[in-house]
Design a protein around this ligand. Structure first.
Ligand code: HEM
Length: 146
């Protein structure tokens, strides 16, 4: 089922355009890495505060801005990531490093939801979040080498 969906995505007009255009894929990859930089940069600052650094900065002062930047950046990552994924869907869906990235993305999202619902220790959320986003970034980079 997933294989068929990946094959359909791989054969789509978007995927063919992304593979055939000299500028589109590099442009999407550039936007993607910019989105990733803003997302992980904003979240890392909040996570370090939650872990206990910079106690002079109130979490309530930092969190709204960090979350807003992260949400916009995540939308940019998803929107730019889809054509990148479509272009190589058949191989990426069978790529364990790329699948690790998607699992880490899901864990990071679940952890953020639990944190915003006030479940559990903020420091633990900060540490889990840092670990997940570091995995997303490194797996995102290494996936193309596998
Ligand atoms: C939402 C958070 C996301 C973050 C923080 C993120 C982060 C990254 C990073 C850091 C890279 C390596 C970029 C480089 O150095 O070239 C990357 C590559 C990639 N990402 Fe994401 N990503 C995210 C979501 C997605 C999604 C949802 C998809 C598609 C389903 C996706 C598909 C890809 C692909 C295909 C590559 C390889 C691009 C290439 O170099 O050819 N990403 N991602």
């Amino acid at each position: 089922m997933i294989g068929e969906a990946a094959a359909a995505l791989h054969g789509s007009g978007l995927a063919q355009f992304a593979r055939g255009s000299a500028w589109f894929y590099p442009a999407m990859a550039s936007i993607h890495v910019l989105g990733a930089a803003f997302l992980i940069g904003a979240i890392a600052l909040l996570d370090l505060r939650l872990i206990g650094f910079a106690k002079g900065i109130a979490v309530a002062a930092l969190q709204p801005l960090a979350v807003r930047v992260a949400l916009v950046a995540a939308a940019v990552c998803v929107a730019s990531g889809m054509p990148l994924f479509a272009a190589g869907a058949i191989s990426l869906i069978a790529n364990p490093i790329f699948l690790l990235k998607l699992v880490a993305l899901a864990l990071a999202a679940a952890n953020a939801v639990l944190h915003h619902r006030g479940a559990g220790a903020p420091a633990l959320h900060g540490a889990v979040s840092l670990g997940c986003w570091a995995t997303v970034a490194v797996a995102g980079k290494l996936a193309v080498f596998v």
